[in-house]
Design a protein around this ligand. Sequence first.
Ligand code: NAD
Length: 432
Amino acid sequence: MSGQMDHANLFDDARSRLEEVFDAIGVQGDARERLRQPSLSLQVSVPVRMDDGSLRVFPGWRVQYNNILGPAKGGIRFHPEVSQEEVTTLSFWMAVKCAVVDLPYGGGKGGVKVDPKQLSKLELERLARGYVRAIADIMGPDRDIPAPDVNTNATVMGWMADEFDHLARGKVPAAITGKPPALGGSLGRVAATGRGALHVLDLWAARERRKPEETTVAIQGFGNAAYHFARLAHERGYRIVAVSDSKGAIYSREGLDPDPIMEQKTHNQRLHDMVYCDDSVCIADDVEKLERDELLTLEVDVLALAALENQIHEDNVDQVKARAVLEIANGPVTSQADERLEKRGVPVLPDVLANTGGVIVSYYEWVQNRNGERWAEENVNARLAERLERQSQLIFERAEREEISYRKAAYRQGIERIAEAIQLRGNCQDSE
Ligand code: NAD
């Protein structure tokens, strides 16, 4: 079998971790059954009138893994490889993640199988609006609250939020998070995933008595999550020696400054008012160019994975020379690769903790929208730091006490909270 899984195995792989946790913490009966599959899975077809007058129909999905702790919550992905299997798995990870950081949410995820970079801006807007019309019946501030993910950003969320308002015949800002601030988005949301990942790295580094300026970092990806992480980590003193994107990678032993790289990479995008950036990090001057996946095998202190799932798998895990792995993307390390890293003593700061900054600030956006409030950015960032510190320390301490990996500790923490809620709801519930 190839080490890099296709989506057909993705959910099985995720579920195998779940079964281990059930056994480890003694989850039985109702909770075990309920947590094994999603509670709602909707497949839609989104017709889009193209600029040349033709009609194209794009397949899409919205999956609500559960809404045991609160409404389903999770992003929407536009990508040519999106599948129902992938969306289901991502919704499962969202359910675990929200519980790990104690948010009153279940898990959800959405996706459309499309190469959005092939669409004009107006075609993209029609697709975003069409997708919302297709899933509107299962959305809402108390039911399911979408947010951005790969290839969907604040601009796309703004169109989606506007469409939902039209359908609802009123303003429902809490129905979607990650909106532009002018449409009720929270200050601090754009950088929140990267900022959160940096907090988790900082907290771990402090426990290990490791100073930022003595720590080299390679980052896979240079999109929303990766760029803000890179920018803030650089400010904090970490040495970012390499970054990559889908087209290639760059390296500098002395360290890279992410801001001028982003300036250069997005020059054309700004000039032509494009939603996506066509250029690569490889456009940067005075840096060494690497093959894209060479970045994964660099000898660095921290390998930060911030692109897509399944990047470290059975076939390449033995080439990973990093001393620690930070999962900013969802599911970037397969379970087999994870076991190998654990055996080699390479700590992995897991996605269900390390990338929660985005959903935490999405939660703050939802709270602000529901209460008609606007919080200052410092206030948002301070609350994010405080929550992550509290929840991360619980996981670090649990991992130490039970002599298990950070991932196992985080899963135990999250699944215990969900299982307790299922039990407390009684024995006669037949629906959520
Ligand atoms: P994005 O679309 O902004 O960026 C994705 C980046 O990955 C791009 O730079 C792209 O070029 C790069 N990439 C794709 N394939 C690659 C490859 N094979 N090698 C190197 N780089 C590659 O997406 P994003 O929002 O930054 O999301 C990235 C990851 O973080 C996803 O797994 C997403 O689910 C996760 N995540 C994002 C958020 C968020 O708030 N945006 C929150 C939590 C988790």
